[in-house]
Design a protein. Sequence first.
Length: 255
Amino acid sequence: MVLQAIKYGSQDLRANLLDVLRCSNNPHLVNKQSVQFRVLHGLLLNLIRKGSHLDSTKKEVKQKTEIQDPLEEMILLERDAFELQNKAAKVNYNDKLASLAALVCAYFDIRDEPVRACLLFFLDEGDEDLQSWTLEALTKSLGCHSEKVIRACLKQMKTPIKWENRAAAVRLIVLYKSVIEEHSLSALVFEDLQALLYDDCSREVRQEVATAINTLGLHAKMLQVVIRKLDDINEDVRAQGVMSLSILGIKGKSL
């Protein structure tokens, strides 16, 4: 029934079923050699292939014809606008299913190249929840620690409206510890973590930043920077230093 619904169901039903699969428990207990799983695998890949990431570089070229009658031109313009609107709606729907299908594949440890390509595309597309799920899937499930993924993680540490998504990105940054220097991103990571210590409006995020600083072995270096801020002539900079010390758990007597 589930496989039939994914293949033939309505838009909302298919999306809901994929989301349920994405959030299901114990994926390691699934028998991946079963006929049902192989059918599901094929359905998911088929949905992924319908995403716009596969033809994002293609441009539709229409031959322009000369129209003399203003009424005819107006009718054609309205028709083109209607077709464009329908096409956009279809693309959005296909992209939603493609992204969810790729997330389900990653969740069940399906590492086909179309899955990785789709997830990499949606790192920069869709809403912030989708980008957060995509980043986690690429990092944890597929083990993708490329420069693009790390930069996407740094971006998601700062830009999402939901503090939960920013905190999730901070927790992921520590998983790149072994490759951050390899991609020459050490200075950028340090700079972003330093700013988040005092600049993020959520205390939960700032605490995650402090944990990440310790895990990455940056505590001593960060403490030196923060202490220098305490002696700055700018009042705002001194305030940043005080806030940073508080999050790092440093008290006056220990300085």
